[in-house]
Design a protein around this ligand. Structure first.
Ligand SMILES: Cc1cc2nc3c(=O)[nH]c(=O)nc-3n(C[C@H](O)[C@H](O)[C@H](O)COP(=O)(O)O)c2cc1C
Length: 369
């Protein structure tokens, strides 16, 4: 873009850009990749302020000195790759100020090319996001403390109620029994909500690990049907199993069951009585298995479909009361599918029912290639 006519002559233009870079509140640093080890040739005041260094202490050094000995960082590999390919990248690193204190650096790197396309510099824009990271950490700790503190007493309330409800504690009159059943239903709903929150936090923090094994798709569906049968019986909804593949798949069975249970629970809850919910498993191709759950419920309006897999989204607030959902189930399912390297989706229309499906890349790592 020719900006010369806007800002006067070349000198004036240079001054204009220099002032802007100096005034920026983000750290800005320019390196010279044509010199040995890509040293810093310019930093602005904001960079010096938040790192605590003086200009002469940073010029001529590679920016890695900000990492000190903390070199085992996931982000570094992607930075090396971006520098090699001369592309832009935004990533977050642990860096250390001159006084040794840690700060989280959200760094955006871009190559600078001259008119002939030759690489002449890299420019880095640094943003100290420590306050945001601290806040995220506090929120996350708050969630796990709350969840754990709630789960223990709730589990004992829940088991006491179950003992009364199944008659093991002796005979109870019908009216009391009804109240116990309602209390049990609600405590189970709370237990579900808490375990959803714990799962979601674990997934969000990247600590969630899949435990993949070989499994037979039909056996997965059989386990699923056994566990959701009580719900389908009480809703008078019939479950139909369609197994279109016998090939063993490689996936985390418990997590696959968690996704399927969530989809089938929803399908049952939204199906009118005396209807069928079909649970299908098929191979999409040699490496990908597809599970689908098809219902003949009311269907989902188009404008609501995009909201479905987002956290704490229920289609309208009356749904949660009607179905007892937490609003986390589908977003957890999506994350679990993505952890498997797969995708999840839905096909639906008003009056046409819904088909929720997910596909999982199910090949054993060493079989790839
Ligand atoms: C313009 C530019 C700015 C950079 N800014 C930082 C930074 O603020 N903090 C940091 O830890 N690394 C920064 N780096 C990355 C390091 O210089 C280095 O590329 C990285 O540590 C990976 O390479 P290495 O394995 O040689 O250390 C920057 C790199 C460039 C080119």
């Amino acid at each position: 873009m020719d900006t010369s006519h806007n800002y006067g002559g070349e000198d004036e233009q240079l001054l204009f850009f220099k002032r802007a870079v100096e005034a920026a509140r983000n750290g800005i640093c320019i390196t010279n990749p044509r010199m040995a080890d890509n040293p810093i040739v310019y930093v602005n005041d904001a960079f010096l302020e938040f790192t605590g260094y003086k200009c002469e202490q940073v010029l001529g050094r590679n920016c890695r000195f900000l990492q000190r000995d903390d070199r085992d960082q996931f982000a570094l590999e992607s930075i090396r790759e971006a520098l090699r390919l001369e592309t832009s990248i935004t990533t977050v690193l642990r860096n250390y100020r001159r006084d040794g204190s840690l700060f989280w650096n959200e760094l955006t790197l871009s190559p600078v090319h001259d008119q002939s396309g030759r690489l002449i510099n890299f420019v880095g824009v640094q943003n100290d996001i420590s306050a945001r990271k601290d806040a995220e950490k506090r929120v996350s700790e708050f969630y796990s403390v709350i969840s754990h503190e709630l789960r223990t007493p709730l589990t004992s309330i829940n088991s006491a109620l179950s003992v009364i409800a199944d008659g093991s504690a002796g005979k109870t009159n019908a009216q009391v029994m009804r109240m116990v059943e309602i209390a049990l239903e609600n405590s189970e709903r709370l237990v579900r909500l808490i375990s959803d929150i714990l799962d979601w936090k674990k997934i969000e923090s990247g600590k969630f690990k899949l435990n993949k094994t070989y499994a037979c798709p039909e056996a997965i569906l059989d386990r699923l049907i056994t566990s959701v049968q009580p719900l389908s019986n009480s809703a008078r909804v019939q479950l139909l199993k369609e197994v279109q593949t016998n090939s063993e798949v490689y996936l985390d069975v418990d997590r696959t069951l968690q996704i399927l249970t969530n989809l089938v629970d929803n399908a049952i809850k939204f199906s009118p009585a005396d209807n069928i919910v079909t649970i299908r498993v098929e191979l999409r191709n040699a490496d990908t298995v597809r599970f689908s759950v098809v219902d003949k419920g009311p269907g989902i309006p188009k404008d609501q479909i995009t909201k479905l897999f987002k956290v704490f989204q229920q289609l309208d607030s009356s749904d949660s009361r009607r179905t007892g959902g937490t609003g986390l189930g589908l977003s957890i399912s999506r994350s679990l599918v993505e952890l498997h390297g797969g995708q999840i989706g839905v096909e639906s229309g008003i009056g046409k029912g819904s088909m929720f499906w997910f596909e999982i890349y199910s090949k054993f790592e060493s079989e790839v290639n």
